[in-house]
Design a protein around this ligand. Structure first.
Ligand code: ATP
Ligand code: MN
Length: 536
């Protein structure tokens, strides 16, 4: 467990040879976080900051590249995958070709092998062997996936493999890719190939993608792009939301135990984490606003794409010099009150997080079952700068199930499962706008984190149960008129706009965007869901 103890594990030589890897002196197997950190530094790939975390640069890519993510179209996936802009097909021929090239590339130099797994619930455990061409990528795998104990390592049988080499570049003309970088999933070969990009998030979202296929499709478990925590009474809360909406920030709550910050499964009677670590944004990070995350930046943590104040090793969290998507990964145990194993109960409350850059949606509201389905299928938010290549300012988007880029099945499959579970367990659904208030991006301000936290706490503690509510005139959700710890005037967004007519107009514009986006789903949903559409 501790990063200072280093156990020497027997290299799985035969298995690596079967992959085509020539087992050599310079194959590094199952190194500790401390060893990986030291190697990264001695190779000139990173530095320690003043609190002892490893700080590296991921290179050309500092975010995911959804247009370069492919799924091999074969007998398994041909009919079952919902082919779209995020699930882009590639033929087996190209996978095989790139596999051979990637292996040949790894054989040229040192490589780092790590055995780990996904899914905290033992019934769904998925063993993964990750092979990287540099030590810091391997440290990311150590931090983010679950860590088998010494005994489990002895008998470890990998089911899936990730082969990752940032310096390997595909030749699009020959290899069937769009450009030199790629992430390719093959369900038949149970392998993810990543090349041309050093952005570590591709590894975690690669595994998330396969789980979003395997769990609902083969195991009847709902997979979700959400964070989760649990209160003293054993009450689980989950927080759905696209990138930058606050899953990681808001789930780290000193009053509740953290289950996980990004990916979970909902089985019959549990909610379980897929991962063993967190991957938090660090832009404008402060000890005051996000103490748990701030204090996780210590030995073993991997910080990406930040810069130091001149002449020091102190991270300047406000700097966007390399990217706005600066990140840190660390094991779950770095959060002071993480639940272990990360398995909670069925949620009592579900929060849909949105970062509305138009400043239209209320900061907290209660949804009916129909509204909840409508909002889940819509998946509205603004993409904030950084996490994806090419996004430099907030841009409105609809992403079904708050996670379209990672969902290989039709969104209807996930929505139907959530709808059934919500009703069966009588879950309360809330919508939280962590985005703009008092006007759109550029005019208004982002909602204060302290207010958002106070609203969530009030909801969780039942303090909004007897509050007076008013319906949003266009979107219909119920807005509380008062909430402890929050100035009443921010609760109805219209009150925060100087120009009320402009608010009404912009609210109608946003409603039109919702309605237009929903057209493609309208024929496949219930009347109750359809009736929850905004009314212009
Ligand atoms: P990803 O899926 O990319 O990991 P995420 O949903 O986990 O995204 P966070 O990492 O929690 O998103 O990012 C939220 C960001 O927004 C943080 O940088 C946080 O400081 C900032 N922020 C500003 N205002 C708020 C607010 N009111 N609530 C939550 N986060 C806020
Ligand atoms: Mn997150």
């Amino acid at each position: 467990m501790s990063s200072s103890t280093s156990v020497v594990h027997q290299l799985p030589e035969k298995e690596l040879q079967a992959l085509g890897l020539q087992s050599k002196q310079n194959t590094h197997y199952q190194l500790s976080a401390k060893e990986l950190t030291q190697q990264a530094i001695s190779r000139g790939e990173g530095e320690l900051n003043d609190t002892g975390a490893l700080v590296i640069k991921t290179g050309e890519f500092t975010g995911r590249s959804p247009k370069d993510k492919f799924i091999v179209k074969d007998e398994i996936t041909k009919e079952s995958v919902h082919w779209n802009d995020f699930n882009i097909p590639i033929s087996e021929k190209y996978f095989d070709q790139l596999y051979d090239k990637l292996i040949a590339h790894l054989n040229k130099n040192e490589y780092w092998v790590r055995d780990c797994y996904a899914c905290a619930d033992p019934d769904f455990r998925l063993n993964i062997r990750v092979i990287n061409e540099n030590p810091w990528s391997n440290l990311f795998a150590y931090n983010m996936f679950l860590r088998p104990n010494a005994e489990e390592i002895e008998s470890f049988q990998p089911e899936w493999h990730i082969l990752q080499a940032p310096s390997f570049k595909a030749d699009p003309a020959i290899d069937g890719t769009r450009q030199h970088n790629f992430a390719i999933v093959s369900f038949k070969r149970k392998t993810i190939l990543i090349g041309g990009t050093g952005y570590t998030g591709e590894m975690k979202k690669g595994i998330f993608t396969i789980l979003n296929y395997l769990l609902p499709h083969d195991k009847k478990v709902l997979s979700m792009h959400c964070s989760a925590n649990i209160g003293k009474e054993g009450d689980t809360a989950i927080f759905f939301g696209l990138s930058g909406t606050g899953k990681t920030t808001l789930s780290a709550d000193p009053a509740r135990q953290l289950i996980g910050d990004d990916e979970h499964g909902w089985n019959d009677d549990t909610v379980f984490n897929f991962e063993g670590g967190c991957y938090a944004k660090t832009i404008d990070l402060s000890q005051e606003k996000e103490p748990e995350i701030f204090n996780s930046i210590r030995p073993g943590a991997l910080v990406e794409n930040t810069t130091f104040f001149a002449g020091s090793n102190k991270i300047d969290f406000s700097s966007k010099e390399i990217t706005e998507n600066t990140r840190v990964s660390y094991p779950l145990s770095y959060i002071s009150n993480a639940l272990e194993p990360s398995i909670g109960k069925i949620p009592k409350n579900i929060f849909f997080l949105t970062a509305d850059a138009y400043g239209i949606l209320p900061p907290i509201s209660k949804l009916t079952a129909g509204q909840a389905m409508y909002q889940f299928i819509s998946g509205y938010t603004a993409k904030v700068a950084g996490t994806e290549a090419g996004v430099t300012e907030p841009k409105s988007t609809f992403s079904a199930c708050f996670g379209a880029p990672f969902l290989p099945l039709h969104p209807g499959a996930y929505a139907a499962m959530l709808g059934e579970k919500m009703k069966m367990h009588n879950v309360q659904i809330w919508m939280i706008n962590t985005g703009w208030s008092g006007g759109a991006y550029g005019v208004g301000q982002r909602m204060k984190i302290a207010y958002t936290r106070a609203m969530i706490t009030a909801a969780l503690e039942g303090k909004l149960n007897n509050a007076e509510y008013e319906a949003h005139p266009i979107f219909g959700m119920m807005m509380p008129k008062e909430c402890p710890g929050v100035p009443a005037e921010v609760l109805n967004p219209r009150n925060t706009w100087l120009d009320k007519d402009l608010y009404d107009k912009k609210a109608k514009d946003l409603a039109s965007e919702f309605i237009k986006n929903f057209e493609k789903y309208a024929s496949g949903v219930t009347d109750e869901t359809l009736a929850a559409a905004p009314q212009i």
